[in-house]
Design a binder for this molecule. Structure first.
Ligand code: ADP
Ligand code: ZN
Length: 802
């Protein structure tokens, strides 16, 4: 008898091992096994048994033993892994690596622990004596060397009679950082004028100072160096100038452990109760879209559904886009279900993650809250999966396997006969297109207590009176006055400036026109050397026009101003306002987002400004004004979903206003007030938007009418990458022709973000029906990888084409 064994490696072929008679009943798919690989013993995972014998000229080794009494992966989870591997074209070993906590297999080693040595003699007795001499534990490898014979058979027997326990230990990965150095600001905070003076010739130190200030005054040294790129010299300089000091503190572990839990908000409203009932009627294996306007109380519906699952003796998974961004949701779930909740967050060590895994498998905890990878949590008797804010792109994994947790949730629900719920105020087109017999639509059409959705005022930046001298920040008199009035009332203001303007686009100052690709309907990107407008899907090129094609006005390129300029402007215009800024720079230190939100919730902040992070899932009842400084930034990213993302972002951020007792208002500044994304967002009307956007995606066709596969080529030399991309595109075209696949192959073209981390990036975009993309994915998968000069990656159903 033979078995297929996989390791956490990027290979498509499984390894074949023989199953010794004595282990036959326990070597089952999903089990961890110890096998010899060259001169080592590695832990692998069984993916199939009863497989064919390998060719007779190949040496087949025996499986040595099993560290567990039960398989590590249940049959449905293994089947789920196989589905992911097949659908996304990823090696099964890498899929399973994404599913299991790190350090559960591969180079891990198995340790024997002595439990009871009564009355056992022979080799087994020798082994037990050896263990006792060594303080009760030792690795299997060391025992084999000490006893001068392989001891797996003995170990196996001793495990079964309960004389020893086995434990899998992750390979040592350097000393665990239990403490770390933290850089902390010292002295009184500097005013803007003092900042200018102090750092006149030290811009980098100033940036560091500002980063620390916004991270709540402190950040780990390592984080500053490795994630934010501050050299040690810059940090030492700031310390030398006595503006900061360094302290050694214990590493921050579980930010939720000490957090107060939030009690339930009360009993469900009639709308909420109806939604819970509708979800309760779902057939096992099917799902619902919970489509509820912002502030309609989706969280309580989730909690009620989880409560019902628990009452039926089943478990539940609640996925949130990013655990650090959703402290309020986490504390509500813990408030409702207390100790049966496991929070899977990025602060867990590998050991803690493995512990969480074990208690879930044993059914000791039955509710999981976590981000993307929590979809693999081994919840016993899974009954319900909830995906909150299902449209969020963070549900898509950014590396192989590039799975989408929402899709995986639907497949897992089918395999385990669980129900799933996709919640959103702004559902994705993909999700909405699937509403039907297997995906029910459930609405929460009103806000709690029938509070009105805040009215939205659109400010046309082309014609509205603007405040002068704002350093490039578009700032209308209307928004200025709205902020002033809100602050005078003692309420809080939220200001959004999404500066993710990766690619420069042209926009006519007078009429707002943005040149687009005639074939792809995405904004053309401005290139400087050589000067041209280029399409980043199909590489269509056009000369940079000297006048607007629509109105004849002279053209100027629009660049995103950033949140820092906005902060400075607000500081100047509203000197007594307490300001907090939230963007990647200020929140990349773990949990600083958490701290900033806490300060806002306590009322220590008057104006919270930031990027899209401030738009999501937060419930701040004192916010009565939301201002969007430049709605056009996201609108003209070269991505066919730019309109959808803009609509979602604007609707979500608008939904932050007036959630409490006092009514709210929203001001959106734009040069494109007629764009459908803005028009529908101003009315909080997702249905209207979805309907219009779906029609726009028919020609040229984009999802959900067709599906996409993006092939990404990257490497250090631009010529190599371009050549490899061209060859790949030719190969794909040939394949499509040969197999008569109804596919459209676009490109190759440079990616909109043409270079990341000094690697050049090109892509080939393939459109077609899902039935034709499946064969393409499977044919392409073995060609992925590549070499030093060019790496090829495949992204099926990409969420971004940047
Ligand atoms: P969203 O649908 O935007 O996710 P939330 O779930 O955050 O909305 O709920 C919005 C607000 O309404 C929260 O402050 C919540 O505590 C409150 N809320 C929800 N349900 C009820 C209820 N049945 N009774 C009273 N308040 C509620
Ligand atoms: Zn094009």
């Amino acid at each position: 008898m033979f078995a297929h064994i996989t390791f956490p490696l990027p290979v498509f072929e499984p390894y074949t091992y023989a199953i010794p008679e004595s282990l036959a009943d326990r070597v089952v798919p999903g089990a961890r096994v110890v096998v010899p690989v060259r001169r080592q013993e590695l832990i692998g995972l069984v993916t199939a048994t009863h497989v064919e014998a390998p060719p007779s000229d190949r040496v087949v080794k025996d499986i040595l033993g099993l560290p567990d009494l039960e398989p590590a992966l249940s049959p449905p989870l293994l089947e789920l892994g196989e589905w992911i591997a097949r659908y996304y074209g990823a090696p099964l070993g890498l899929v399973i690596r994404a599913m299991l906590p790190g350090g559960m297999w591969g180079r891990s080693s198995v340790v024997i622990r002595l439990r009871d040595r009564a009355g056992i003699g022979g080799v087994a007795g020798d082994l037990l004596r050896w263990l006792a001499e060594r303080g009760g534990e030792g690795s299997v490898g060391a025992a084999s060397r000490a006893l001068r014979r392989p001891v797996w058979d003995v170990v196996d027997r001793l495990t079964r009679v309960g004389a020893v326990d086995l434990e899998v230990r992750a390979p040592p990965s350097g000393p665990a950082a239990e403490t770390e150095r933290v850089v902390q600001l010292a002295g009184e905070p500097l005013t803007l004028i003092e900042l200018d003076r102090t750092f006149a010739r030290r811009p980098r130190q100033r940036q560091l100072y500002e980063v620390l200030e916004h991270a709540g005054g402190a950040a780990p040294w390592r984080h500053l160096r490795e994630r934010l790129g501050f050299h040690d010299g810059v940090i030492r300089g700031l310390v030398g100038a006595r503006l900061a000091r360094v302290e050694t503190v214990e590493r921050f572990r579980d930010p939720f452990a000490e957090e107060p839990v939030t009690p339930l908000p009360g009993s469900p409203t009639a709308d909420q109760a109806d939604a819970v009932r509708a979800i309760g009627t779902l057939e096992p294996g099917s799902g619902a879209v919970l489509f509820g306007v912002t502030g309609s109380g989706k969280t309580l519906v989730y909690l009620e559904c989880i409560g019902r699952a628990l009452a039926e003796g089943r478990g539940a998974i609640l996925l949130v886009p990013e655990i650090g961004l959703t402290p309020q949701t986490v504390s509500r779930v813990r408030g409702a279900f207390g100790d049966t909740v496991a929070v899977l967050h990025s602060g867990l060590s590998e050991g803690e993650r493995a512990d969480a895994w074990r208690v879930l498998r044993r059914g000791e905890r039955r509710v999981v809250v976590g981000a993307r990878s929590a979809i693999f949590a081994p919840v016993a008797r899974l009954g319900l999966i909830i995906v909150d804010e299902e449209q969020e792109t963070s549900y898509k994994n950014g590396e192989t396997p590039r799975y989408h947790a929402r899709e995986v949730a639907a497949v897992r629900a089918r395999l385990e006969e669980a129900r799933f719920v996709l919640g959103s105020a702004t559902p994705s087109l993909e999700t909405f297109a699937r509403i039907g017999p297997r995906l029910l639509r459930v609405d929460l059409p009103r806000r709690i207590a029938s509070r009105p959705l805040p009215p939205v005022t659109m400010v046309d930046l082309r014609s509205a009176p603007l405040v002068r001298g704002t350093g490039g920040v578009p700032w209308s008199e209307l928004l200025d006055e709205a902020v002033r009035a809100t602050l005078d009332r003692g309420d809080q203001v939220l200001l959004l400036l999404n500066r993710r303007g990766y690619a420069a686009f042209l926009q006519c100052r007078a009429c707002g026109e943005v040149p687009e690709c005639p074939r792809c309907s995405i904004s053309l990107t401005v290139h400087r050397t050589p000067a041209a407008l280029r399409c980043h899907y199909c590489d269509h090129r056009a000369t940079i026009p000297t006048a607007c094609a629509v109105c004849g006005e002279r053209i100027q390129s629009v660049r995103g101003v950033g949140t820092q300029q906005l902060e400075r402007l607000i500081g100047e215009r509203f000197p007594s306002a307490r300001i907090a800024r939230m963007d990647l720079d200020t929140t990349s230190a773990k949990w600083s987002h958490h701290r900033i939100l806490g300060a806002v919730a306590r009322g220590d902040v008057d104006v919270l400004l930031g990027t899209q992070m401030i738009a999501k899932g937060i419930d701040l009842p004192e916010v009565t004004l939301v201002g969007v400084v430049d709605a056009d930034l996201a609108l003209h990213l070269p991505d066919f979903r730019a309109g959808e993302r803009t609509f979602q972002l604007l609707t979500q951020v608008a939904g932050r206003a007036g959630r409490g007792e006092r009514a709210g208002a929203v001001v959106i500044q734009t040069r494109h007030p007629g764009h459908h994304a803005l028009r529908w967002a101003a009315r909080h009307d997702s249905l209207g938007f979805l309907d219009e956007e779906r029609r726009l995606r028919e020609s040229p066709p984009y999802p959900p009418g067709v599906a996409l596969v993006n092939l990404l080529v990257s490497g250090p030399e631009p010529e190599d990458v371009a050549a490899r991309a061209a060859a790949l595109a030719d190969w794909v075209r040939g394949l499509a022709e040969h197999h008569d696949l109804a596919l459209q192959v676009l490109g190759p073209a440079p990616c909109p973000v043409a270079r990341i981390k000094s690697r050049w990036r090109w892509h080939v975009l393939i459109k077609g029906p899902a039935e034709a993309l499946g064969p393409l994915v499977r044919a392409t998968a073995p060609r992925l990888g590549g070499d030093r000069r060019a790496r090829i990656a495949m992204d099926r159903d990409p969420v971004t084409l940047l």
